[in-house]
Design a binder for this molecule. Structure first.
Ligand code: NAD
Length: 256
C-alpha cells in the first residue's frame, strides 16, 4: 500500500534523470501514484517519453508553458485521459543566458519578460487551467524556487526576480484556491547540478560556498528534495498552504 495509491499527479519539468522533477516522479511512483508528464518541445519529448515509460506512464503531453494553445491542450488531454488531477509538480524555469552573464542593470526587456513568463506566470496559468480538474476534496501543487529570490546571488540576476514573483504567486494562488481545498506550496532547494543549473555562470563556485557554509555537511540530492515534495503533496500536510519550505541543508539560516 502506497501513500499515493489511486492518486493522479502531473509532473512538469523533467528534462533528464538529473531533474528535480524526475526524483519527485520516482518517489511518487514508488508510493503508488499514477503519473502524467509534460514536455515543451520535440527534442525534450525524446527524453521524457522513455523516462515516463520507465514509471509505467504513456500519458505524455506537449506543453510549452509560453503557449496558450499548449496549456489548453494540457487541460484537454488530462480531462480526456483522467477526468481529474490530484496533484501537480511545477518544476520549470528559464532565463536567457545573456541575462545571467551581464550586469543585472543591463537585463533586457525581452529577457525579463521571458524569465518571468516561463518561471513565474506559468504556475498561475497552469493552476488556473487545471483548477477545474481537481476533485471536490482538493489537491496539492508544489513548485520549485531558490534563495536568489530573497538574497542577491551573483549571476542569478533576473531569475532571482522571477523566483520572487513565483513565491508571491504561491501565496496568492494558495489564498485564491484554498476554498477549493487546493494547496499551493514551494520548495526552495539548495544548488544541485542539473541541466538548468549548468546555465548559471560560476555554478561550481556556488556549490563550493554551499558546501562550506551549510550547517549540514552533506551533498544535497534531488532525492532530498523529492522527500519533502512527497510530504507537501500528501495527506500529512493537509493544513499547509502558501509556504516556502527550504530544503538546503540549512544554508539559508546562515549569516557571517
Ligand atoms: P532541469 O533543467 O532538469 O529542469 C528545468 C525544466 O524546465 C526542464 O524540464 C525544461 O524542459 C523546463 N522548461 C523550460 N522552459 C520551459 C517551457 N517554456 N515550457 C515548459 N517547460 C519548460 O533543472 P532543475 O534544476 O531540475 O530545475 C527544476 C526547477 O528547480 C526550476 O524551477 C529551478 O529553478 C528549480 N531549482 C533548481 C535548483 C538547482 O540547483 N538545480 C535549485 C533551486 C531551484
Amino acid at each position: 500500500m502506497g501513500v499515493f495509491d489511486g492518486k493522479k499527479i502531473l509532473i512538469m519539468g523533467v528534462a533528464s534523470e538529473r531533474s528535480i522533477a524526475w526524483a519527485i516522479a520516482e518517489a511518487l511512483h514508488r508510493e503508488g501514484a499514477e503519473l502524467a508528464f509534460s514536455y515543451p518541445n520535440e527534442s525534450l519529448e525524446k527524453r521524457v517519453r522513455p523516462l515516463a515509460e520507465q514509471l509505467g506512464s504513456r500519458n505524455v503531453i506537449r506543453c510549452d508553458v509560453q503557449s496558450d494553445s499548449d496549456l489548453q491542450n494540457l487541460f484537454n488531454c488530462l480531462e480526456a485521459s483522467w477526468g481529474r488531477v490530484d496533484g501537480l509538480v511545477h518544476s520549470i524555469a528559464f532565463a536567457e543566458k545573456e541575462d545571467l552573464q551581464r550586469r543585472f542593470s543591463e537585463t533586457s526587456r525581452a529577457g525579463f519578460h521571458t524569465a518571468l513568463d516561463v518561471s513565474a506566470y506559468s504556475l498561475i496559468a497552469v493552476c488556473g487551467k487545471l483548477a477545474r480538474l481537481f476533485p471536490e476534496d482538493g489537491g496539492s501543487v508544489v513548485t520549485l524556487t531558490y534563495l536568489g529570490s530573497q538574497r542577491v546571488v551573483q549571476h542569478y540576476n533576473v531569475m532571482g526576480v522571477a523566483k520572487a514573483a513565483l513565491e508571491a504567486s504561491v501565496r496568492y494562488l494558495a489564498a485564491d484556491l484554498g476554498e477549493q481545498g487546493i494547496r499551493v506550496n514551494a520548495i526552495s532547494a539548495g544548488p544541485i547540478r542539473t541541466l538548468a543549473a549548468s546555465g548559471i555562470p560560476k555554478f561550481k563556485e556556488m556549490l563550493g560556498e554551499f558546501g562550506d557554509k551549510a550547517p549540514l555537511k552533506k551533498p544535497l540530492t534531488t532525492e532530498d528534495v523529492a522527500n519533502v515534495a512527497l510530504h507537501l503533496l500528501g495527506p500529512a500536510s493537509v493544513a499547509v498552504t502558501g509556504e516556502t519550505t527550504y530544503v538546503d541543508c540549512g544554508f539559508n539560516i546562515m549569516g557571517i
